[in-house]
Design a protein around this ligand. Structure first.
Ligand SMILES: [Zn+2]
Length: 405
């Protein structure tokens, strides 16, 4: 800790001292199932988080999600309920504003076999649902902010906190809240686990869009009058093939499912095609959207079917901008001063960092714990990384606050 001022050293020490408190929080929070569809579990965890975050000088509030519509297997739209999102604003009038985000939901629903915490290596490596992604990260964020709040530099900055309840299912119910909070912020930090277990951060990310194409044809007898039928399954398959023609290094297209059809002797009049597309850049996203529009029009005309498109690029691409590189530089220097070697690399995954970046705000979205095997029953947290990453965040925030001097 050689290059640190005494103010910085105090904050770092407070963050390091929070180790056992953070571990208790992770154990407490990961014991609650908060699968993205488990509204009761999400309400429980939201209440616990609100209690913990009340230690900061602001009022945590729970914000209702926006209504989210999806398409069912019969082509009908229906609403998907989501949990409420935790929101806080601290010193909103300070000239230098930041955004800190995390998510309280996990990919493990209430009926998933992975529910319990255990030690892989007693005291050092913990296995459990959400311990890395990202209940550990939420503990890191809170410890870092508490350390910053005890510092005289805290008065220079204000910030908003959002911990949403639907990140693992695309943040459709919370994207507007995040976009609103991101507006005008100097920078944002999001507490997803590091991209690699050694602490490497995620740099550029592609975008991602999920689409449902409802194809309506006309049924007929497969033997008597097939010429009168318009086969929706064949049209959906044709659409899937046309979309995959543009697959390349900067655009992935994954037709994931075709639903519909019926008995062998009936020309099927309904098919739902589900596709995920991941464009590397905004230009690729525009290209992908044109591809969708043109393919839908062409397939509808050639097969004489109706096609309804549902969905959008809910995660825009997150490129490595000069502003983001500068922010990485601050984190890397903070790491170096703490004896941590911090690098970053592009990744194929998406998260709320994509949506924050789309608001023009530089964001580092993997400030959470070190761990790995997320989204699997092998998910683990390297326990010592709690205090390590809390110190890294606290120092980073203080350095950014110093810019306002
Ligand atoms: Zn996550």
């Amino acid at each position: 800790m050689e290059g640190l001022t005494s103010i910085e050293r105090d904050a770092v020490e407070r963050a390091l001292d929070a180790q056992s408190e953070m571990l208790r929080q992770v154990e407490n929070w990961a014991a609650v199932n908060s699968g993205s569809r488990n509204l009761e579990g999400l309400a429980t965890i939201a209440a616990r988080l609100a209690g913990a975050f009340a230690d900061l000088p602001g009022e945590p509030s729970l914000v209702d999600p926006l209504l989210v519509e999806a398409i069912d297997a019969t082509g009908r739209p229906y609403e998907i309920p989501h949990g409420r999102n935790l929101h806080m604003a601290i010193r909103p009038d300070a000239p230098l504003q930041f955004l800190f985000t995390g998510h309280m939901d996990t990919v493990f629903e209430a009926d998933h076999p992975f529910q319990a915490l255990s030690w892989i290596d007693a005291g050092t490596v913990m296995n459990g649902p959400g311990v890395a992604d990202m209940k550990g990260g939420i503990a890191v964020m809170l410890a870092a902010l508490k350390a910053v709040e005890a510092s005289p530099l805290a008065e220079r900055i204000g910030y908003e906190i959002i911990i949403n309840a639907d990140e693992e299912v695309g943040s459709l119910g919370s994207a507007a809240l995040i976009a609103e909070a991101a507006r005008g912020k100097r920078a944002a930090l999001t507490y997803e686990p590091s991209a690699l277990p050694d602490g490497t951060l995620a740099g550029a990310r592609p975008g991602s869009g999920n689409f449902s194409f409802t194809v309506r044809g006309r049924s007929a007898h497969a033997g008597r009058n097939p010429e009168d039928g318009r086969n929706a399954i064949v049209a959906a398959a044709d659409l899937a093939l046309r979309l995959t023609k543009e697959i390349g290094p900067t655009l992935s297209v994954n037709p994931a499912r075709i639903e519909g059809g019926g008995p062998n002797n009936v020309v099927p009049d309904l098919a739902i095609l589900r596709v995920n597309l991941r464009p590397a850049t905004n230009e690729d996203q525009a290209r992908a959207q044109s591809l969708i529009d043109a393919s839908v029009a062409m397939v509808a005309a050639e097969h004489d079917v109706q096609i309804h498109s549902h969905g959008h690029f809910a995660r825009p691409p997150k490129p490595l901008t000069p502003e983001l590189e500068a922010l990485f530089g601050v984190v890397r220097q903070a790491g170096a001063d703490l004896g941590q070697s911090i690098g970053w690399k592009p990744t194929g995954g998406v998260c709320d960092g994509n949506n924050i970046a789309a608001c023009g705000v530089p964001v580092i979205d993997t400030m959470g714990v070190r761990g790995g095997s997320i989204h699997s029953m092998e998910e683990y947290l390297i326990v010592d990384s709690l205090s390590e990453r809390a110190a890294l965040s606290a120092l980073t925030i203080l350095r950014l606050a110093g810019e306002g001097a």
